[in-house]
Design a binder for this molecule. Structure first.
Ligand code: NAP
Length: 292
């Protein structure tokens, strides 16, 4: 049976880095958009999003009743919490179910867990969230985009191209994927315009799937003097193994995944499937970042 189209979409964390892109893309796709924002939040994006047509709903995201009230009437909720607060989804899921929400878009927006070669707690955690949403009776949509093209080339990953020196995990031959946050958001909105296709679906979006050596060649177009070092995967793995708590080494695990080909979206991009055309490439994103 064909599902009725979605009308109202709530975005928890809609004021955040990815969230604001999601809200703009959903508004552009003509959805009614609610940004669920904590009462104390002073996020600078809120006034711009309200001016663009989003309804800002203040709710304590740790309070079940407030969340239910904020979500009532929405057919879809998107979880766009930040990396350190993804566990808040275990509060959002029961509230979404109690509010009569139909579709839960999980707080994935990263690595495709189907590409994971070894079990990793932070990947299993995302699978657990999706399973919890399904167990609560919600339809799910999981979006995988590998790395955000516009937030990866900074210090946190030793990839600060602007500094003139980066360290590539591995030997440069592994493939890795990128999508700009604007495209992740546009793709998510396009997927939700197809309720049946995106129902209980895992969908991937990438503008580029290329080797790290090709990434370096792209960066050198704008930073010809870029120095590149390589960090052997064995050395990264040794540091991961030295810490008994895998939650302490998430960044190292990400670097390992980047350098081992586990971030290459091997299932390919589903952009065509939902009729979405990417608007940014890694090249255009690095050009914008480095020409500032
Ligand atoms: N693939 C990649 O390269 C990559 C990189 C970064 C992030 N991501 C993913 O993108 C998604 C969004 O991450 P982001 O970095 O864009 O998020 P972010 O900028 O940190 O924004 C998160 C939002 O969560 C809201 N929030 C709700 N409850 C909260 C709580 N208890 N504590 C703190 N904030 C709370 C906040 O909104 P209010 O202040 O309005 O309440 C905040 O704006 C996540 O799924 C993350 O894993 C992927």
């Amino acid at each position: 049976m064909t599902q009725t189209a979605f009308k109202t979409i709530a975005v928890v964390g809609g004021s955040g880095g990815l969230g604001a892109y999601l809200v703009r893309a959903l508004l552009a796709a003509k959805f009614d958009v609610r940004v669920i924002s904590r009462p104390e939040s002073q996020a600078a994006s809120l006034s711009e999003l309200a001016a663009a047509g989003a309804t800002i709903v203040r709710a304590d995201t740790s309070n079940h009743d407030q969340l239910v009230a904020a979500l009532r009437g929405a057919e879809v909720v998107i979880a766009s919490y930040g990396i350190t607060t993804l566990a808040e989804q275990f509060k959002l899921i029961p509230a979404a179910a109690a509010a009569g929400v139909r579709r839960y878009v999980t707080g994935d927006f990263g690595i495709d867990p189907r590409d994971a070669k070894v079990p990793r707690p932070f990947i299993q955690f995302k699978n657990d969230v999706a399973a919890a949403a399904a167990a609560a009776g919600l339809e799910t949509t999981r979006i995988y985009n590998a790395s955000f093209a516009d937030t990866t080339f900074y210090d946190w990953a030793n990839l600060d191209v602007a500094s003139g020196k980066i360290t590539i995990p591995g030997d440069g031959t592994a493939r890795t994927a990128f999508a700009h946050r604007a495209d992740v958001a546009g793709f998510t909105a396009a997927a939700l315009l197809h309720p049946e296709l995106s129902k209980n679906a895992e969908l991937a979006i990438a503008s580029d799937i290329l080797t790290w050596n090709e990434v370096v060649a792209t960066a050198r177009k704008y930073r010809p003097d870029l120095q590149v070092e390589y960090s052997p995967l064995d050395a990264i793995q040794a540091k991961i193994a030295a810490d008994p708590n895998p939650w302490n080494t998430v960044v190292l695990q990400l670097l390992y995944i980047f350098g081992s080909g586990e971030n290459a979206l091997t299932h390919g991009s589903d952009a065509d499937k939902v009729g979405y055309k990417t608007t940014h490439t890694l090249d255009s994103t690095l050009a914008a970042q480095l020409k500032q």
